[in-house]
Write a protein that binds this ligand. Structure first.
Ligand code: UTP
Length: 297
């Protein structure tokens, strides 16, 4: 850690979106509570926070999102019911969800965009760096994705975001970065200096094929930039606009992620995540593989 940088202790998980790509499932159920094998998407993100050394998770929630709060609270009735039935292992499993981290909740009363959702957490974050994790994205790699970004921030004092190479025909679905190699970087070609970002460009206008995946570690200056950002398309305040200001200040790095990103907020991405995690499941994997192999495709 440089003398000037503070430790990254907090993470903001914006979960106030309407989940329209997943209707009708998300009419009454938060998208982040959709389940891959046996865990809601948001639990994967909270486990990544814990594995990355985060101490305080701040949810930015909205109406119909109470299930998220309940999921990370204790459930003494359920635990004692399971204990009494001799299911101590299940009782422990339920008890341990999200233990070891503090939770806070704040509201975004209207889904006015990801940038606006992050801004809603400004008071709870205060004057310190913080991580942002999109709760519908599962990052699967040898090192927890957020921890990798925390290490880059703490070593450089610059914000850091994960990017991955996306096929040209899909760049219009991502925030795309313009970036150049970082001189004398201890991470080599894996870490680039971002000069600009473009939200969902056409293939012709995209400055690269490096798409933003949904993991960020940011300095608190981003809040000032977001507060000054005017709503764009659809009245939304995009996080990308605040990130562009950080890039102008020469304060934003891109880290090329070498794990696997599952955008499980998208139906196809969700099905792919279910297959991948189903195949790896220690109890179900073998039978699930046999089932898939037997399909006449
Ligand atoms: P998404 O764009 O994937 O979520 O935002 P969405 O808007 O809920 O989904 P669609 O596009 O309508 O299907 C990524 C994350 O940011 C949160 C979402 O809840 C999601 O976890 N988000 C988005 C907010 O908290 N507030 C917003 O205004 C927008």
């Amino acid at each position: 850690m440089t003398t000037k940088t503070k430790k990254v202790r907090k993470a903001v998980l914006p979960v106030a979106g309407l989940g329209t790509r997943f209707l009708p499932a998300t009419k009454a159920i938060p998208k982040e509570m959709l389940t891959v094998v046996d865990k809601p998407l948001i639990q994967y993100a909270v486990e990544e926070c814990i594995a990355s050394g985060i101490e305080h998770v701040i949810f930015v929630t909205g109406r119909h999102k109470n299930a998220i709060e309940d999921h990370f609270d204790l459930s003494p009735e359920l635990e004692s019911f399971l204990e009494q039935r001799g299911k101590a292992d299940l009782a422990r499993l339920v008890h341990d969800i999200g233990r070891g981290v503090q939770f806070s909740y704040t509201r975004q009363s209207e889904a006015l965009g990801l940038g606006h959702a992050v801004l809603c957490a400004a008071d709870l974050v205060g004057d310190e760096p913080f991580a942002v994790l999109l709760g519908d994205v599962i990052m699967e790699g040898a090192v927890p994705a957020t921890r990798e970004l925390v290490e880059i921030y703490e070593a450089t004092g610059s914000g850091a975001i994960h990017v991955e190479r996306v096929p040209r025909e899909r760049v219009h679905l991502y925030g795309i970065v313009d970036a150049k190699p970082e001189k004398e970087s201890r991470w080599g070609e894996k870490v680039l200096r971002i000069t600009n970002l473009v939200e969902k460009p056409s293939a012709e206008k995209a400055p690269s094929n490096l798409g933003v995946t949904g993991r960020y570690v940011l300095p608190p200056e981003i809040f000032g930039y977001l507060a000054k950002t005017k709503p764009g398309t659809g009245g939304e305040i995009q996080l990308t606009d605040g990130l562009c200001r950080l890039a102008e200040d020469n304060k934003l790095l891109a880290c090329i992620y070498d794990g696997k990103t599952h955008d499980a907020g998208d139906k196809l991405g969700f099905l792919q995540a279910t297959v991948d995690f189903g195949l790896k499941d220690p109890k179900l994997g073998k039978a699930f593989r046999a089932y898939l192999q037997g399909l006449k495709l």
